[in-house]
Ligand binder design. Structure first.
Ligand code: AMP
Length: 485
């Protein structure tokens, strides 16, 4: 594998999807669903609904509560719809990139929402551009609408399945026409997507926490390589690609960090998996100490697991300010460091004079972890032992998790001892890769490329993370955040 490519930047789309077929009005359900998927993306949100005749959409930048603050359900009428929350640090905050994308093909309207990262997007995009196609966004997702509109696929049966078959990489898609909602997952099953039932309605969500939020009963996950269609005649399943030969590549980082603890992802409850990580971490890296402290919220479940297994009491050493977004989202290093201070405060009385074990899910650049160790010491902690419930993040992700270049990943260049010295901690312990996979009965079915460097799907020419972005202004006809089509 090409070393240079693995250290290069790459496009990133961490996102959440929610769709409904057969509930009128669909819009309030989609709003609630997106609201509970907000942790999967805070940069932008969008909803497109259909009443069977026309599509209506509303989207904008910011949080779900902000984007839809003044959008009434009356403006978005219909019994089906799809929604999307988007997180991106690509620097590309253009409104055009906010999904669902809506396009008009010769045979009608299509809306598309994507979670994941396509590794052959640049190649497909160039191919269509050379043939004269015009792209309006800098997202990799747009290539799917060009495939759908391509006469090569349009004029054949199973057009959507054929188009999906051309894509490579990580994808969960929700696709809507005037008449139906479709859901699919790539044949490796990188990203999660679940099916639920709410009365007579079908519901699709990236995580089961959103199904629960709207009162839907979890039915099953969309299978890798499966295309599910919900329409007036019910739910229909077909296979657009055989499941990856051998093992699946479900993203283990969903379990480590990304998903919400109350969700079931890839068949397992996220909180319980993280508790098991904490327990395993206590076995792999025991240390004499007085208290265990979680970095909220990402370290909560693992800290509890560590405390229970070690018998060392858990206490609330950090208080999180809930009115600030994820610090990771701040593009500049300085902003990020300040963000840590704004976000977390130390309860001095809890840590003063104590030997503290501080548990978090991951270290990416090391910025926040270092700052936290400093704050604990300033508050009078006698010793600070850092425990991380994932292995060293040493390799970038090409499948949709926002990890920077290998150069920016502290574990990409340094060993555990020097990371510990950088953090200013008394000790540092990461869970092993074996430990990471230990909660799963089907260990071979997980992608752990960010820890091991073994990429299950060739990253291809993913190039620079702004590879698909050549225009930085607004396109006038896309400026409006609301429109009827
Ligand atoms: P750092 O200071 O760069 O080491 O950031 C580590 C913190 O960022 C940890 O507390 C993680 O919970 C969080 N984190 C890890 N991966 C991501 C990600 N892909 N997106 C947002 N936050 C992340």
């Amino acid at each position: 594998m090409n070393k240079k490519m693995l250290t290069s930047d790459h496009p990133v789309e961490e996102c959440g999807l929610f769709g409904v077929y057969g509930a009128d009005p669909a819009m309030p359900l989609i709003y609630q669903g997106l609201f509970s998927l907000q942790h999967r993306g805070q940069e932008g949100a969008g909803i497109v609904v259909s009443d069977g005749k026309q599509l209506s959409s509303s989207k904008g930048q910011g949080l779900v509560s902000e984007v839809f603050a003044n959008v009434s359900a009356k403006k978005l009428q219909g019994h089906m719809g799809i929604g999307h929350v988007r997180y991106s640090t690509t620097g590309s905050t253009r409104i055009q990139n906010v999904q669902p994308l809506v396009v008009e093909c010769v045979d009608g309207l299509w809306a598309v929402a994507h979670n994941g990262n396509l590794v052959n997007a640049s190649k497909l995009r160039r191919m269509y551009q050379e043939a004269g196609a015009i792209f309006q966004t800098s997202t990799d997702s747009e290539v799917l609408v060009h495939l759908l509109a391509d006469p090569l696929y349009r004029n054949r049966p199973q057009r959507v399945a054929r188009a999906l078959g051309e894509l490579s990489g990580a994808f969960a898609f929700l696709i809507m026409t005037r008449e139906c909602v479709m859901a699919c997952r790539d044949p490796n099953g990188f990203r999660p997507l679940s099916i639920g039932k709410l009365g007579d309605a079908w519901v699709f969500a990236s995580e089961t926490c959103a199904l629960k939020q709207v009162g839907a009963e979890y039915i099953r996950d969309v299978n890798p390589g499966e295309l599910v269609v919900a329409d007036a005649t019910g739910l229909h399943s077909s296979t657009f690609a055989e499941q990856a030969a051998g093992a699946l590549s479900q993203c283990v980082f969903e379990m480590v960090y990304f998903a919400r603890p109350d969700s079931h992802v890839f068949g397992m409850n996220v909180h319980q998996v993280r508790m098991a990580y904490g327990a395993r971490l206590a076995e792999e890296h025991p240390v004499d100490a007085d208290i265990v402290v979680a970095v909220p919220d990402s370290g909560n479940s693992a800290a509890l697991g560590y405390s229970r297994r070690s018998g060392i009491p858990l206490d609330f050493g950090f208080i999180r300010n809930h009115y600030i977004g994820r610090t990771f989202i701040m593009p500049e290093q300085d902003q990020r460091s300040q963000g840590v201070d704004l976000k977390l405060a130390v309860v001095d009385e809890v840590v003063q004079g104590k030997r503290v074990i501080v548990v978090d899910d991951s270290i990416v650049r090391g910025t926040t972890a270092r700052r936290r160790v400093m704050r604990l010491r300033e508050a009078g902690a006698r010793e600070v032992h850092v425990r991380i419930s994932s292995p060293p993040t040493a390799h970038p992700c090409f499948y949709g998790i926002d990890f920077p270049t290998r150069d920016e990943l502290i574990a990409g260049n340094q060993d555990v001892d020097s990371i510990c010295a950088f953090l200013g901690a008394d000790s540092l312990g990461y869970i092993s890769i074996d430990g990471l996979l230990s909660p799963f009965p089907d260990k071979q079915n997980f992608c752990k490329a960010c820890f091991s460097g073994e990429y299950p799907v060739e990253p291809g020419e993913t190039g620079c993370k702004k590879a698909l972005e050549t225009y930085s202004g607004e396109l006038p006809f896309m400026n409006k955040t609301e429109r009827n089509i």
